[in-house]
Design a protein around this ligand. Structure first.
Ligand SMILES: *[C@@H]1O[C@H](CO)[C@@H](O)[C@H](O)[C@H]1NC(C)=O
Length: 514
């Protein structure tokens, strides 16, 4: 889910592409893979920025961050930074997909930083983080407390119920950036709000104003989390870059109602669809989305993307897409029927595929419609590159990749054992049965030969021809290998190195990249 969610988010939010500077002595702690773990684990409360020196938003943040770091030294809250161009591993481990990414750490546990990016804002946000995550609630302050946010959660439990109190606190701590949590020990107040001890009431400024959680035993962090993730999402809210992550984290499929904000029927449709959303509560989430602004997202969900309203569901786990192709006469009843089939598992995901091409190059061009034919060709070790036409790393890799394919295809033995293939990941959906999580381009995977093998091995090495050959030779079932001809001896029809002729060719320039 993670990888997929990140990509969708990039589609919804504008990513930062930016310019470069360096700074001198600083109160911001620099972290590297050598000392990162010790720092975040030891510090009771710290803020870590994952950045790239070329990112403009990062540069704009730097002086503010520095000022906040100096100010927060007084409260013993440390601010640190990780340069993702130097510490790729740390940034991957932290699922950093955009710059800057800021995270609040407490003894190694992180939560996203969702505060302001100005010095005083950072100081105030981080100072609040030092306050207790759970506030005491009584009949005197409950009315006031309810209004603190759009969604406020109050736990009611006996003073002696240590388990419930501990679980509530752990839950509040884990969600302290996004959630206001209160605790009351009064059974009278609990009863007034419709629960027994221990119980939970969420007060909301949307949909039903009060929702309850009554468990058989003590409160549990897991149950509280589930309740929060479900009930804090309105039945039908408008989705944007700010709240998208909450939907992604919930893990439930997301149903999109694409609508032109100017449409005269929008309001009436939203009212009817809210009723439909209620019927599917807990099985999926439903949102409305600005079709004018995010029309490309409709296309990504395999909708035509040129007529509104439109409707589609996407699985947050696999990324599988289910566009509703016929809206019928009445949108809400069509959607209801469609979602009934969806939750009943009666719908096949829609798979976009490029047109089946003629194979004219040693690199096999795979499209979704021929995915199984080439990638699950069990006789062969199949190396598959998922690329995007706009991706610079992919373009740089292309000559190496072609050369690689040429080496295998012109070696009589290796040609029978190895396929070098590529697929345009923007034009082709990955079939769900392939179970590939696409986290970026290029992604290079090996499907080792053998009918019993269904897992892919991800390539993480250098993008050099030698390293790719070594990968195929060690991870492939056939252990097939070819030798790279020396650069000066490059040939247009290079076979295995030992037999390569010394004819100079246009390929020579390609070797400069190796
Ligand atoms: C971590 O290592 C870097 C590079 O050696 C150093 O600049 C930095 O001060 C260290 N940070 C901590 C917290 O020790």
């Amino acid at each position: 889910m993670r990888g997929f969610a990140a990509w969708t988010l990039v589609a919804l939010a504008a990513a930062c592409v930016c310019g470069a500077t360096e700074e001198a002595s600083s109160n911001v702690v620099t972290l590297t893979k050598e000392n990162y773990s010790q720092f975040v684990v030891e510090e009771p409360l710290s803020l870590v920025e994952f950045y790239a020196p070329w990112c403009g938003h990062c540069q704009a943040l730097a002086p503010q961050y520095e000022e906040a770091a100096t100010e927060l030294l007084k409260s013993d809250i440390k601010l640190a930074k990780v340069d993702c161009t130097q510490e790729e591993g740390l940034c991957n481990d932290n699922d950093v997909t955009g710059f800057p990414t800021l995270k609040v750490f407490r003894h190694g546990q992180s939560t996203p930083y969702s505060g302001p990016r100005k010095a005083d804002g950072i100081v105030s946000y981080m100072s609040k983080q030092k306050l207790p995550a759970v506030s005491p609630v009584s009949s005197e302050n409950l009315e006031e407390f309810k209004k603190k946010d759009k969604f406020v959660l109050v736990g009611f439990c006996d003073e002696l119920d240590e388990t419930s109190i501990k679980e509530l606190k752990a839950f509040a701590e884990a969600n302290r950036d996004s959630l206001v949590v209160g605790l009351s020990h009064s059974d009278a107040l609990a009863a007034e709000n419709g629960v027994r001890l221990p119980g939970v009431v969420a007060f909301r400024s949307f949909d039903e104003p009060q929702v309850k959680l009554q468990l058989a035993g003590s409160l549990s962090q897991t149950e509280l989390q589930k309740f929060y993730e479900l009930e804090s999402l309105p039945l039908l809210d408008e989705v944007s870059a700010e709240n998208f992550m909450k939907y992604a984290m919930s893990g439930l499929p997301l149903a999109y109602y694409f609508v032109d904000p100017q449409s005269p029927t929008r309001q009436a449709e939203i009212e009817k669809l809210t009723e439909v959303a209620k019927a599917f509560r807990g099985k999926l989430n439903m949102v409305s989305i600005d079709a004018v602004k995010f029309g490309s997202h409709a296309k990504a969900l395999n909708l035509p993307g040129d007529a509104w309203p439109a409707f589609a569901v996407q699985s947050m786990d696999t990324g599988a897409k289910y566009p509703l192709t016929d809206l019928g006469k009445d949108l809400a009843s069509s959607v209801h029927a469609f979602l009934t089939k969806f939750v009943g598992g009666e719908l096949q995901p829609s798979l976009k595929s490029g047109a089946v091409p003629e194979q004219t190059s040693p690199v096999i061009t795979v499209v979704t419609d021929e995915f199984d034919k080439w990638v699950f060709d069990d006789a062969k070790d199949v190396l598959l590159e998922l690329y995007a036409p706009w991706c610079g790393h992919c373009k740089r890799l292309a000559p190496t990749y072609e050369k690689l394919a040429e080496l295998y295809s012109t070696d009589a033995d290796a040609a029978k054992l190895v396929t070098i293939a590529k697929m345009d990941g923007t034009e082709n959906d990955i079939p769900p049965h392939a179970d590939i999580t696409l986290t970026g381009f290029p992604t290079i995977l090996l499907k080792p030969a053998g009918a019993s093998v269904r897992e892919f091995v991800k390539y993480e090495g250098d993008r050099t021809i030698e390293s790719l050959i070594d990968f195929i030779a060690t991870k492939g079932t056939h252990k097939a290998s070819v030798t790279v001809p020396e650069a000066e001896e490059a040939t247009t029809s290079s076979t295995v190195a030992s037999t390569a002729s010394a004819t100079p060719s246009a390929d020579a320039t390609e070797h400069d990249e190796l």
